[in-house]
Design a protein around this ligand. Structure first.
Ligand code: UTP
Length: 408
């Protein structure tokens, strides 16, 4: 595309303002801006148009879980199945570490955050320590894929190298980069970070499989023994990764996916819950539920929509392969995004001022035919580090770590 063609494209998309400062740029800056324009995935415009008209053609039903008591009763069997599968090289891990962690307000990758108090204990270090426990129990290395974004790739890789992979074998750790989407203002106009850069941010945590594909990682996976992939977030410092009991239970269930869940603490808790949508496993966000759904109870008194997803899933690789050519829906999320205004002055917003366009891992669950909902004890496996203070913060995570015997 030459400059005129790009100009026409932007005019057609009602985004001509992106070139407002073009005449002031040097050659290198022009090159950066033009290549960012070429890389724009314009699907975000459709998501912007549809954001106030969610599809109403859906039937939501409750879904039950494998309860903790049932898991305890079959624990040894599940564990043996899971450990065998790991020994046979059937499991790999996918750590979602491409987020920006804006709520935490830490200017490095979230995994580099030191959750220790009197000693250093980095989030990445904890996640690797949890994985190493399973590696030792199975006596087999488990490949770990780490998704970063272009923004935090170097910092993440350097951190692992500087810490000698926290004792993991480096040859089993693979980093890759997810794509970026432009953020827009509330009228759908792409924001500029500077006169020659778009305000880009990672495109969500749902596109990891196609990003792995683009990074050229899937061929080796398809040729290997790998059958299952355990996907998890960077910020739950108590979660069990590569959990052989979870893997064994999912394999034994014959289902197409698995999702770890915790019981909601109270009806209004801000967590997405497992349900069925048009017969398929689905996660409904708390803000999509009406009063009746939030408070509906089963005969035993428990909440009908009471199992909150904690972003720890198992997917069968052959089934994921079939989803590769299917688009993932883009969700429109209101966030604070720094940008320059039409005079080139930097604006740091205090309130959400922009939309980001993100795919979500939960939409991948929806593409699976069914799902084993696997209940875990929230006191033992759920300590998310999302916020600087208050709910799901560094402080609450520290309390839970200490309760579980960690020395901080
Ligand atoms: P969050 O939804 O908490 O987003 O991510 P975030 O970007 O980390 O944090 P905030 O909302 O800005 O405060 C849940 C998980 O998904 C990963 C995160 O790294 C985290 O493990 N994620 C999120 C990605 O890998 N890529 C993304 O584009 C977004």
């Amino acid at each position: 595309m030459n400059f005129e063609e790009r100009k026409n494209l932007l005019a057609g998309k009602k985004q001509s303002h992106i070139l407002d400062f073009y005449d002031q740029l040097n050659d290198e800056e022009k090159h950066i801006l033009l290549s960012q324009i070429d890389a724009i995935d314009w699907d975000f415009q459709q998501a912007f148009q549809n954001k106030d008209h969610p599809s109403s053609d859906t039937e939501i039903e409750e879904i039950d879980a494998l309860h903790i008591q049932q898991i305890i009763a079959q624990r040894d069997t599940f564990q043996a199945i899971g450990l065998d599968a790991i020994r046979e090289g059937k499991l790999c891990l996918l750590l979602l570490a491409g987020g920006q962690g804006t709520r935490l307000g830490f200017d490095r990758p979230k995994g580099c955050f030191n959750i220790g108090i009197h000693k250093k204990l980095y989030i990445f270090e904890l996640l690797i320590a949890h994985t190493l426990e399973v590696v030792h129990a199975a006596n087999a290395w488990i490949p770990i894929y780490i998704m970063t974004s272009n923004i935090n790739y170097k910092d993440t890789v350097n951190f692992f190298e500087a810490h000698n992979y926290f004792g993991y074998r480096a040859e089993y750790v693979h980093f890759f980069v997810q794509e970026l989407n432009p953020a827009t203002d509330l009228d759908g106009k792409i924001l500029l970070k500077s006169k020659y850069e778009l305000a880009l941010s990672p495109n969500g945590n749902g596109g990891w499989f196609s990003s792995m594909h683009k990074a050229g990682l899937l061929d080796t996976i398809f040729e290997s023994n790998l059958e299952w992939i355990n996907v998890f977030s960077v910020d739950n410092v108590l979660q069990r990764i590569a959990d052989p009991v979870f893997l064994g239970a999912t394999i034994a269930s014959g289902k197409m996916s698995g999702a770890k869940v915790v019981r909601k603490a109270f009806p209004e808790e801000k967590v997405g819950v497992m349900c069925k949508e048009n017969g398929k496993p689905h996660i409904i966000e708390y803000y999509e539920m009406n009063e009746e759904m939030l408070n509906k109870r089963l005969p035993d008194g428990s909440l009908a929509y009471g199992f909150g997803a904690i972003l720890n899933y198992l997917f069968p690789i052959h089934r994921l392969k079939e989803t590769l050519d299917q688009a993932m829906p883009l969700h429109v999320v209101k966030k604070k995004v720094p940008h320059i205004d039409k005079n080139g002055v930097l604006i740091i917003p205090d309130e959400p001022n922009a939309y980001k366009y993100e795919t979500l891992a939960l939409d991948l669950i929806h593409k699976m035919d069914d799902c084993l909902i696997f209940e875990v004890d929230r006191e033992k496996e759920f300590a998310p580090v999302k916020n600087k203070e208050g709910v799901d913060s560094v402080d609450t995570a520290r309390v839970l770590l200490e309760k579980n015997g960690y020395t901080l």
